[in-house]
Ligand binder design. Sequence first.
Ligand SMILES: *[C@@H]1O[C@H](CO)[C@@H](O)[C@H](O)[C@H]1NC(C)=O
Ligand SMILES: *[C@@H]1O[C@H](CO)[C@@H](O)[C@H](O)[C@H]1NC(C)=O
Ligand SMILES: *[C@@H]1O[C@H](CO)[C@@H](O)[C@H](O)[C@H]1NC(C)=O
Ligand SMILES: *[C@@H]1O[C@H](CO)[C@@H](O)[C@H](O)[C@H]1NC(C)=O
Ligand SMILES: *[C@@H]1O[C@H](CO)[C@@H](O)[C@H](O)[C@H]1NC(C)=O
Ligand SMILES: *[C@@H]1O[C@H](CO)[C@@H](O)[C@H](O)[C@H]1NC(C)=O
Length: 452
Amino acid sequence: MERRCIVQGLVLLLIWFNNGAMLVKTEEGAPMENKEKEALYSVIQNFVGGSWNGSGLYPDPCGWSPIQGVSCDLFKGLWYITSLSIGPVLDNSLQCAPGANFTPMLFELTHLKSLSFFDCFSLNQQLAITIPSTGWDKFATTLETLEFRSNPGLTGPIPTSLGMVKSLKSLVIVGNGLTGEVPFEIGHLVNLRRLVISGNRLTGSIPTSIGGLTSLLKLDLSHNLLQGNLPTEIGNLKDLNLMDLRNNTFTGGLVPSLQNMVSLQDLLMSNNLLLGGTLMSIGWSNMVNLTTLDLSNTGITGSIPNSLLGLKSMRCLALDNNHLSGNVPQNLANMPNLSALYINGNNFTGELGFSHDFYERLGRRFASWNNPSLCYNAREIREGHKGPFGVQKCTGDKGASFGQGDKVDRPGPDVNSSLLVSFGLPGYRVSGFWWLVLVRELVATFFLVMVL
Ligand SMILES: *[C@@H]1O[C@H](CO)[C@@H](O)[C@H](O)[C@H]1NC(C)=O
Ligand SMILES: *[C@@H]1O[C@H](CO)[C@@H](O)[C@H](O)[C@H]1NC(C)=O
Ligand SMILES: *[C@@H]1O[C@H](CO)[C@@H](O)[C@H](O)[C@H]1NC(C)=O
Ligand SMILES: *[C@@H]1O[C@H](CO)[C@@H](O)[C@H](O)[C@H]1NC(C)=O
Ligand SMILES: *[C@@H]1O[C@H](CO)[C@@H](O)[C@H](O)[C@H]1NC(C)=O
Ligand SMILES: *[C@@H]1O[C@H](CO)[C@@H](O)[C@H](O)[C@H]1NC(C)=O
C-alpha cells in the first residue's frame, strides 16, 4: 500500500513561472555584447539541435525577439542572460534533441542566476551524458538556482566541483540516472536553502559536511540507495522544515541529534527497512512544529513514548508496518489537529480506547489492523456503527450487543491517496487530506520563492 506524507512538486513549477515573469521586464534598446549572444546561441543549439538558427530566429534575444525560457537583465547598460530553462514546459519552450549535450560555452554565460534542465536527456541518448565536471567555478558568485529534473539519460556522478558554486540557494536534482555518492563538497554550499537530490541511484552515506548547511529549509534525499547511519551533524540544521529520506536503506535508528531540529514540520523516513531503533531515542517535545511523522516500514521497535503525545501540531502520524508493541496511548486523540493515524501492521496489545467521534473524524485515515493482540472497546462505538476495520472487539465488554464487531466494511485507507513525492516521479496521486498538506506546502513555497 502506497500512502505517503508529503508534497513538493509545485515548488519547481513555481520557479518556472517565476522565470517566465522575468521576461516581461526586459527593456528594449540596450545593446548586448556579441560574445554573450554567440555563447547563448551555441549553448542552446547544443541542446535543441544543429538546425536551430538562433541569429536568424532571435536576432535580439533580450529585446524584441525574446526566447522562451531565456531571461536577461541589464548590467552597466548591457544585456546579459540571467536565466536559462531548457525543456518542454510551455508549447514554445526549448526542447532537447536526441543528441543534446552540454557545451563548455555554457560557462561563458557568467551572469546566470538560474539554470534548469527538464526532460532533456532521455534514455535513448546516443551518448552517455554526465553533468560537466569542470566550469562550475565560473558561476561561483552568481548562480542561485540549479535544477536537473526528469532526465533519465543523465548519468554519472554529481561533480564535486558543484561545491564551488557558493552562491547556490537551491539545488534540485530529481528523477535522473545519477550514481555515486553525495559529494562531501556539497557541504560547502552554505547558502543553500533547498537541497533536493531525489529519485536517482545514489549510494553511500550522507556526508557529515551536511551539518554545515545551516540555512537549509528543505532537505530531500528520498528514493535513492543511500545507506549507513544518519550523521549526528544533521542535527545542526535548526531551520530545516522538511526532511525527506524515504525509500533508502539507512541503518542505525533515529540519531538522537534529530531532536535539535526544532523547526521540523515534516520528517519522512518511511521505507527504510533496515533503519531499526526506537521512538525513545529522541526527545520529541523539542519539535513543537512537527506536523507529519512518517516512519512506516522502518523496522522500529518499542512503544510510543509520552514525549510524542505532546506534539500539538501533529496531523499525520504513520507508524505502520513496524515492530511496535505496548498499548496504543489513548492520549493520541488529544492531538488537536491529528487527522491521520496509521498503526497497522505492528504488535500493539490491549484495548483501543478511542471515542466514536475520533474514529469518525479520522475515517479512512485511521488504520489499526494486523495487530493480533489488539482489540477495541465496543462501548465507545455507537449503535448501528462498526468498530475499526480488522480489529476484534475486546472480550468482557458490556453492552456490546450492537454492531457486527470486526466483520466490517469500514474501508481501508484510500490506496490512491498516496503522496506526491518529488514532481516528475510517476505514479503518485493526491486526494483528501493530502490536499491540505499540499496547499500548506504551496503557501510555504511562495514564501520560499520570494526568499530566493
Ligand atoms: C541563420 O540565419 C541568418 C539570418 O537569416 C543567415 O544569414 C544564416 O545563413 C543562417 N545560418 C544557417 C546556418 O542557416
Ligand atoms: C525507491 O527508489 C528506487 C531508486 O530510485 C526506485 O527505483 C523505486 O521505485 C523507489 N520505490 C518506491 C516505493 O518509491
Ligand atoms: C513554529 O511555528 C511557529 C508558527 O509558524 C513559529 O512562529 C515558530 O518560530 C516555530 N517554532 C520553531 C521552534 O521553529
Ligand atoms: C491546527 O490547525 C489549524 C488549521 O490549520 C491551525 O490554525 C492551528 O494552528 C493548528 N494547531 C496547532 C496546535 O498546530
Ligand atoms: C508480540 O508481543 C507478544 C507479547 O506482548 C509476544 O509474545 C510476541 O512474540 C510478539 N510478536 C511479535 C511478532 O513480535
Ligand atoms: C486506484 O487506482 C487503481 C489504478 O490506477 C484503480 O484501478 C482503482 O480503481 C483505484 N481505486 C480507487 C479506490 O479509486
